[in-house]
Design a protein around this ligand. Structure first.
Ligand code: ZN
Length: 117
């Protein structure tokens, strides 16, 4: 039986405990230490600021980021790699969650529901 866990990749990336890396390189960080490290990387990349970009003019949300969000919903296929994450403020996390859920469920593209102040 093929395993979906690549032990060598996990060792190379220095993950701990129950975290695992799939053979395609995607990651699931179940170990607290690993996930905290990933969050620190995410916050550093974002400079602590929400990474939502307004489609209207390409400007970025100015609020503080509070929530590490998965671009592909975790329920579909969890991947905790840095490039699979966005740091959002509460509002944009909610907004993107609704959109992703609709895309996943109904195959439609969500439209931004919140207006810029
Ligand atoms: Zn935001």
């Amino acid at each position: 039986m093929l395993s979906n866990r690549d032990k060598q990749l996990k060792a190379e990336r220095g993950y701990h405990g129950k975290s695992y890396v799939r053979p395609d390189g995607s990651e699931v960080l179940l170990d607290k230490f690993d996930w905290h490290m990933r969050k620190r990387e995410l916050w550093a990349r974002a400079g602590g600021q929400c990474e939502y970009v307004f489609p209207v003019d390409g400007s970025r949300c100015r609020l503080d980021g509070t929530i590490p969000a998965h671009i592909v919903p975790r329920a579909v296929r969890r991947d905790d790699r840095l490039e699979g994450l966005k740091l959002y403020c509460d509002r944009h996390d909610r907004q993107m969650e609704i959109q992703n859920w609709r895309v996943t469920r109904f195959g439609e593209k969500g439209k931004p529901v919140c207006k810029r102040k």
